[in-house]
Design a protein around this ligand. Sequence first.
Ligand code: AKB
Length: 316
Amino acid sequence: MKKILVLGAAGQIGSELVPYLRNTYGADNVVATDVHRNCGPEITEGGPFITCDALDGAKLNEIVDKYKIDTIYNLVAMLSAKAEADPKFGWDLNMGVLFNCLEIAREKGVAVFTPSSIGAFGPETPMDGTPQDTIMRPKTIYGVSKVAGELLADYYVKRFGIDARGVRYPGIISYVTLPGGGTTDYAVEIYYDAIKKKTYSSNLKAGTFLDMMYMPDALKAAVEVMEADPAKLIHRNCFNVASMSFDPEIIANEIKKHIPDFTLTYDVNPMKQAIAESWPNSMDDTAAREEWGWNPTYNLETMTVDMLAKLKVKLK
Ligand code: AKB
């Protein structure tokens, strides 16, 4: 059985990946860590939990030894909009934690999953059907750290023979933990406000298309890429994974099917708008489909039904 360490367990993905991994591999085999203890009891009490700053390489090494870890899911990241407010810390955090993980992989042979993002692309990238291998000139510090991270991980794979893999996530939509400071956050907030206020003010313009994914598919992608037969992998860091692409009007119209008096207004955030316009409209994920069988479960219709049902209970 795998022995897994999750870094960033309190975040949007971590708070759902930890229970998912504990269900799959056994609660005692998944050690959750975050810099704060402010995660739900499912994370802190549902299996081993350790407070740890993932920038502290010595502490990470100790945990890996103590729990005989063989796989690290590195979910620590400062997202696109937040990192623009503090580019130095955005770079230091995103690269520093990855570097710690890759060094541990080199020394101890653990496998490493680190997500990249649609943010790794830039305005020179083909926007529609964005290929797996294409020009990547991001204009945010988040994107720069993601491209550098992809290259660094592939360097460690080639140079030291480690097992590092990842996916390029779209904006992730979920109802357990809010995302913190991304450009795609509007697509989560719109569901909360639809239930709470029946109206939402979008900080991205109508016509701004972006790839998005429902959390269950994001969890599935993380586990499936790590379980994939290495002999079939041509790529490692990182695979495009897609499931749906929409703009604010399209998601609002989907919500209106369930909440007919829901209204959408606009209060555009120029910084987020510029970032969104530099990212793909929709990625081509053929490589993930061919190399490890990627096949998402949710589309906009099925995600909306589930999100609204779950949030109606949560926000009661
Ligand atoms: C962000 O908007 O920064 C993230 C991402 C797409 O990586 N959600």
